[in-house]
Design a protein around this ligand. Sequence first.
Ligand SMILES: Nc1ncnc2c1ncn2[C@@H]1O[C@H](COP(=O)(O)OP(=O)(O)OP(=O)(O)O)[C@@H](O)[C@H]1O
Length: 245
Amino acid sequence: MTGKVIIDLKQLSFAWPGQAKPALSIDAFRLNAGERLFVYGPSGCGKSTLLSLLAGVVVPQQGVVEIAGQRIEKLSAAKRDHFRADHIGLVFQQFNLLPYLNVLDNVTLACDFSHQRVTNLKQAQVSALDEAKRLLSRLLLPESLWTKSVMNLSIGQQQRVAVARALIGAPDLIIADEPTSALDRESRDQFLQLLMAETEQSGSSLVFVSHDDSLKSHFDRHLHLPTLNQAVSTVEPSAVEGANP
Ligand SMILES: Nc1ncnc2c1ncn2[C@@H]1O[C@H](COP(=O)(O)OP(=O)(O)OP(=O)(O)O)[C@@H](O)[C@H]1O
C-alpha cells in the first residue's frame, strides 16, 4: 500500500436528468491505493449511480470526483473516456465483450486504447498477449477457448474474460458491478479469491458492488451506501466499516 488516495469524493451531489431530487449526495469519502471496498445496500440506494460517477460516465452537478489525483468532473467527455481507459478497469453486469473478436483479443483490446496500460506492461517487461494468457490461466479459463469467439462462452466464462480485460495493465482502480451474479456459490468464492489475489498483485484498488452482503468477508472495507448517501434516509450508525475507515 502506497498511501496514495485513489478515490476522493467531496460535497458530491448528483441528480439524473429530469429528476428534481438527487440520487446521490455524499459529503466526503476516500479510498486508498490497494484497498478493496465492498459496497452494498438495497435496490435503488444509488450503487450503480455511484459507479457511474466513479467511472466518469456521468458527472455531478456539484462537488468533486477525484480519481488517482485527477478531478474527472472537470474533464470533457472525451478526456474522461481517455482517463477511464488508462486508469479504470470496468466489470459491469453487461460484459461489453466484442462478439466478433476472440477471447485473447477481447482482453488485449484494453491496451489498444490505453497508452498508460501499455507503459505499465512495459515496466513489468511483459507483452499484452502474454499478460492476457497469464490472466486467463489464473482465472481458470481453459486454453482451448482462448482463440474462440466470446459468443461460444458461458456467462461465467464471459465474466472471467471481462475481469481479465479489466485487470490487464494494472489500472489504478477496478470497478465491478455485481460480477458474481451469474455464478453458483462455489464458483463465486473461487472467483472472488482470484480477483483479490490479482488486484493485490497489481496493486489496483477495487470497488465491488453487490446486493449479496454474504460476500463482505472477502473485503478490507465495507460501505453501506444508504448510510453514506444523504439522498437516502437511513438509521444505520456507521457507513464505513473495516481496517481503514
Ligand atoms: N439512468 C437513469 N435515469 C434516471 N434515474 C435513474 C437512472 N439510473 C438510476 N436512476 C434512479 O437513481 C436512483 C438510484 O438508482 P441506482 O440504479 O443507482 O440504484 P442501485 O442501488 O444500483 O439499485 P439496484 O441494486 O437495483 O441496481 C433510483 O431512484 C433510480 O430510479
